[in-house]
Design a binder for this molecule. Structure first.
Ligand code: M6R
Length: 648
């Protein structure tokens, strides 16, 4: 390591910018008109024998990752339904409730919002009230203007700019006419276009919470003291581990005594409960300052679990996922479709699938997939990848492939979500709940599963010998977790590198081959949580234009782990060095790096290709994390983002 002399200098010259998190959050405004490009929000509800309000607050604090610009609760009390809501995060609502406490309530709903129709404000916050109806909504009603016009014609006035208030008014109008909650909900939602999950109270029906979902996630749960609804099971883990996934279009009625599912024909059936393996601890920070840091540290265990569960007798085996060797043999080419980091995982997977398994593989951005329809042929398999299992673009791509009769396979982390339900086959990653908006262990386990699939196809189709298949899966199950652990021990170095980035507006990651794919993930991670602009470039492409952006001091992080390509990447490093770039090199232990090539070198354990790749992943995740931490950014909830993006 020859760059040591410069490290202390770098450490001493950098000052840390003012923390921005609070300010950034309170200043941001975004108003998406018409159909929102992105929508999130978290909803929750409870009815039973315990006080519902503390449960709402606790659950909403977990759901905040889904959106966090305003928050509210509606609680049934003796006088009807009380609503308390405000712009801001949970602590603002808690403050408000301290000043004006709600009476004890045994039936309530709550909401945390990611604004789409109407900016973040008290009045646009949920729950929304219309006549007898009070509701919370996750989703988007695309034809809300047309419905609002019609309702205005019959004398309805609206207080907010939201589509949700229109939905409440429509359900109320139907309820006035029909007098029956299920019939009113069915009639009203039949007129709505878009996506929704509703939790609904009727002020003359004490103790009842009504529920319906179409296109937006929602689960029911059963506790010792009553029944719950939530966008996500993690919000309910403090109370119960018994859940029931809601089918599309199904209405449910929760009371203190039961959870009934109603069908269109007027029939009803009691919900059937499953037990989740998640624990309350899995949705808590466990002593880490941020979920992101905790989740990075969980990667060794998550990879080990995702891989080992698919090893039988030392060889790759997906029979427990319902996938037979004959199925792998039928695959002649693969199209991977995903968004963001999941798409980046696909880029790594594609290279391994082509190199090891010899299967031609293309990678597609899900939001573009249908507009530039790919060519299908005999033996095409469409693989969709999604941590959340709810990403709208990915779901639309999946549906497109299915509509063309193409076999589909989903690689998903969140169980009982829409994508794995609709795909022909599914392989779950075992990352556990991922709370931080920036994915880390989600991506990590996606890559490990793709690598296992490549090994399974390669072995099954006789493209690699048995020893190589054994060595590959063994490396994934053992060396990879160890390599990640080894990198986590280098935190001081990542802090030092981060200090070298915080004062810059532009940063570059460069790499060749798999290192280029990793550069793309590295760049996304850095920019989404630190708000520093970062570009990933194929190292050899820089000189075709982008190098004009390199100035004295511009940080360039070069990932050069491939022994066959390191010399070429070093040439590209020299090109930027000679223009004054501040270079950090990420390479294998033992790589001979000329002294003048880099200010800082991150050495990765020199083991298998997989171990090196995951080590480089850990390095770039930690660099992003430490940079954002030094800038005081809201690491787990970066501005303008949401965890699952459930509208196209
Ligand atoms: O839930 P999904 O894996 O389908 O999400 C895809 C992307 O939205 C996601 O990876 C996004 O890019 C993350 N914010 C990256 O950290």
């Amino acid at each position: 390591m020859r760059a040591t002399a410069k490290q202390s200098l770098l450490q001493s010259v950098h000052t840390v910018r003012n923390p921005a998190s609070g300010t950034v959050f309170s200043e941001y405004t975004f108003f998406r008109k018409g159909t929102g490009e992105i929508i999130m929000c978290g909803i929750i509800g409870f009815t039973g024998t315990a006080n519902a309000v503390p449960k709402m607050l606790k659950g909403l604090s977990v759901l905040e990752y889904r959106g966090y610009d305003s928050v509210g609760i509606a609680a049934q009390t003796e006088g009807g339904v009380d609503v308390v809501k405000c712009k801001g995060r949970i602590h603002v609502l808690e403050e408000k409730l301290r000043e004006e406490p709600l009476p004890e309530s045994h039936c309530a709903i709550g909401h945390t919002r990611w604004a789409t129709h109407g900016g973040p404000s008290d009045v646009n916050a949920h729950p929304h009230r219309a006549g007898r109806v009070v509701l919370v909504h996750n989703g988007i009603i695309e034809n809300y203007q047309e419905l609002a016009e019609e309702l205005r014609g019959s004398g309805v006035t609206f207080l907010s700019q939201t589509d949700t208030e229109v939905a409440a008014a429509l359900i109320n109008a139907c309820y006035d006419r029909l007098g029956d909650p299920a019939a009113a909900i069915r009639q009203a939602t039949d007129r709505m276009r878009g996506a929704y999950a509703f939790g609904i109270l009727f002020d003359n029906r004490p103790g009842e919470v009504w529920v319906i979902r179409r296109g937006s996630p929602l689960i029911l749960a059963k506790g010792k003291d009553g029944f719950y609804l939530a966008s996500d099971m993690t919000a309910l883990l403090p109370f119960t581990n018994q859940y029931c996934a809601m089918e599309e279009g199904r209405i449910a009625c929760l009371t203190a005594a039961s959870a009934m599912l109603l069908d269109d024909a007027g029939g009803s059936a009691a919900a059937e409960w499953k037990t989740t393996a998640m624990t309350p601890e899995s949705a808590q920070k466990g002593g880490y300052p941020h979920f992101m840091l905790k989740e990075i540290h969980e990667q060794p265990g998550a990879v080990e679990k995702s891989v080992s569960s698919r090893i039988v007798g030392g060889l790759p085996d997906f029979s427990a996922d319902g996938i037979t060797p004959d199925f792998w043999k039928s695959v002649k080419n693969i199209q991977i479709v995903a968004c963001g980091s999941a798409m980046h995982a696909g880029l790594v997977g594609a290279r391994v699938l082509e190199e090891m398994a010899g299967v031609p593989t293309t990678v597609h951005i899900a939001s573009e997939y249908r507009y530039y329809p790919p060519l299908f042929s005999d033996g095409t398999l469409v693989v969709v990848i999604s941590q959340s299992g709810e990403t709208a673009d990915t779901l639309a791509a999946l549906r497109y492939a299915k509509s063309r009769g193409i076999p589909t396979l989903a690689i998903v982390n969140a169980v009982e979500t829409t994508i794995p339900r609709e795909a022909d086959r599914r392989i779950y990653t075992y990352a556990g709940p991922e709370i931080a908006v920036a994915t880390t262990k989600g991506y990590c386990t996606q890559v490990s599963v793709l690598w296992m699939i490549a090994a399974a196809i390669a072995y099954t189709c006789g493209r690699i010998p048995e020893e190589q298949a054994r060595a590959t899966v063994d490396a994934l199950a053992k060396e990879v977790p160890q390599a990640i652990e080894d990198m986590l021990a280098k935190r001081e170095q990542f802090v030092r590198i981060a200090k070298g980035l915080v004062d810059h507006e532009h940063v570059f990651y460069i790499g060749r081959g798999l290192d280029y794919a990793m550069s793309m993930e590295a760049s996304l991670k850095l920019k989404e949580i630190s708000y520093i602009h970062c570009e990933a470039y194929a190292a050899g492409e820089l000189k075709h234009g982008t190098i004009s952006l390199i100035e004295p001091g511009t940080p360039v992080l070069a990932i050069a782990t491939d022994p066959g390509l390191v010399d070429k990447t070093e040439s590209n490093i020299r090109e930027v060095r000679s223009r004054g770039a501040q270079v950090t090199m990420i390479c294998r232990e033992g790589t001979q790096v000329p002294e003048e090539s880099a200010d800082e070198i991150v050495f990765l354990p020199n083991r298998s290709e997989a171990a090196v790749l995951f080590a480089s992943l850990t390095a770039v995740q930690m660099i992003a994390y430490e940079t954002a931490a030094r800038l005081g950014c809201d690491i787990d909830r970066p501005r303008n983002l949401a965890k699952s993006v459930t509208v196209e």
